[in-house]
Design a protein around this ligand. Sequence first.
Ligand code: NAP
Length: 319
Amino acid sequence: MDSMKKPFFNKVAVLGLGLIGSSLCLLIKQEGLAGTIAGNARSQATLDTALEIGFIDSAHSSPTDAVEDADLIVLATPVGANKKIAKAICQSLKPGAIITDVGSVKVAVIRDVAPYLPKEVHFVPGHPVAGTEHSGPTSGFPELFANRYCILTPPEETDPKSVALVRALWETAGSIVEIMDAAHHDRVLAITSHLPHLIAYTIVGTASDLEGQLRNKKTSNSPEEKTEEVIKFSAGGFRDFTRIAASDPIMWRDIFLNNKDAVLELLGRFIEDLTAMQRAIRWEEGETLESTFRRRRQIRRDIIEMGQAGSFNPNETEG
Ligand code: NAP
């Protein structure tokens, strides 16, 4: 946003210095959006790495120390950690400070964080729909958010100036910002992101179990037959699933536990649709299969036309 003068903030505190936290810090540094960045993580190793790379100016093992005097606080931890952190920092927040987050679910984050915040602190929940399967402080890069959506879900009564500043931050990162109701966000992301991850985790497990059975049945000892066939013959489709299934287990555990209702509802619908496909195969309904595949192919084309096909980074998996 051109009208906002840099730096946008004197002090930013980023709690959680993994893929998203470190990418945001690198972006803030690159664009000169903050006077200083204070970082907090669970482990000393992450704090040391962050200081060494140089994307934070000060390292704090306590989130309470990190947020002192900060104008902007970013929660970049797994969503299951937010409640404890909000409880810990609420007394140390500067009046007028803005607090935002990057969590992949929004209703649960608002439920867990908002009740602890003092009235004079402004909460603007957010979710950059951008990511890779990598995690930790060395995985970040400032271009991660470029040309990707960032969804903000501020409750109606949120201070408009604070929403504008958080929007300006993400727009400087190159993101396309959308404002959305938190419950709507959670339903949309359940089908576009959470369910695909669940399918990936499941199918990789099914293939790996099958691998074990196939290996037990083998009689020949030729070196070729010893190679794991599922890995050996994995073509594009399965390889993409294994990449998605390499995503951080704690982050995804927290996403499913905190978006349970939406995921279960949409999983029910998905299973119905899958059963319809199963039936079409069983009864050799070629026309049904072909017309379904044709319609689905168009969706991919629409995504490419919208510039959301992941051409910048082929390793993308959005959480
Ligand atoms: P990450 O790379 O695994 O980093 C998580 C960070 O949080 C680490 O610095 C970790 O500290 C810290 N942390 C973990 N558990 C904690 C706890 N219980 N208390 C305090 N700090 C804790 O994760 P990420 O991929 O950046 O994800 C962070 C957030 O972004 C999540 O809420 C996720 O839903 C959201 N998000 C992720 C993606 C994605 O694709 N990855 C995309 C959009 C949004 P240590 O390093 O010391 O363990």
